[in-house]
Design a protein around this ligand. Structure first.
Ligand code: HEM
Length: 155
């Protein structure tokens, strides 16, 4: 897969990740307060959310080794470290997103293993909020103080 294709794919999958996280937060918050059952819908929500995050991470790692920005960062490590436009994609984005992937993986696994339905929703809610906050900070939104990219990238 070419670099421009991977970049556009990674850019669009971001929306699926963000929407699935928001959906998981809403669903688990509502079910937790209403003492709802951890039914098939909740189970599917949990699996889809963590799978989308894993898919995005796999695309991200492929992109990491294809990106000219990252290559430039690796070659000129000391000179570019202070330049956020370069070091954001060279190190900050990757580190924060990897932490988010680990948090989401642990949270969904704990929710799966918990006995009581309320505990499943509580764990899913807390871990999804933490994952969402980290991902939100690490996305190069047009308004981000760290690095800026467009809302949509054409293929
Ligand atoms: C898991 C959640 C992640 C989300 C939501 C996410 C989101 C994004 C977004 C929105 C962009 C900007 C795309 C554009 O320019 O239009 C981007 C760029 C990038 N991401 Fe991620 N990302 C994630 C994880 C990762 C991971 C785990 C890696 C690497 C290990 C990674 C590597 C990159 C790289 C290298 C770029 C910039 C490439 C370039 O401009 O040359 N991402 N990411």
């Amino acid at each position: 897969m070419s670099y421009p294709f991977l970049l556009a794919l990674h850019s669009y999958t971001r929306w699926l990740v963000v929407i699935s996280l928001l959906w998981t937060i809403l669903l688990s918050a509502r079910a937790y307060w209403n003492k709802g059952p951890f039914d098939k819908k909740a189970q599917i929500t949990r699996v889809v959310m963590v799978s989308l995050i894993h898919l995005q991470a796999v695309i991200g790692f492929c992109l990491y080794f294809a990106s000219p920005i990252v290559k430039y960062f690796m070659k000129n490590f000391t000179a570019t470290f202070g330049d956020l436009n370069i070091s954001f994609f060279g190190i900050i984005h990757v580190l924060l997103m990897t932490v988010a992937v680990v948090v989401a993986t642990i949270g969904t696994a704990l929710a799966k293993r918990a006995e009581a339905d309320a505990e499943k929703f509580r764990l899913l809610l807390i871990y999804s909020i933490v994952t969402f906050v980290i991902i939100f900070i690490a996305i190069p939104w047009p308004f981000s103080p760290l690095a800026q990219r467009g809302w949509f990238r054409p293929f």
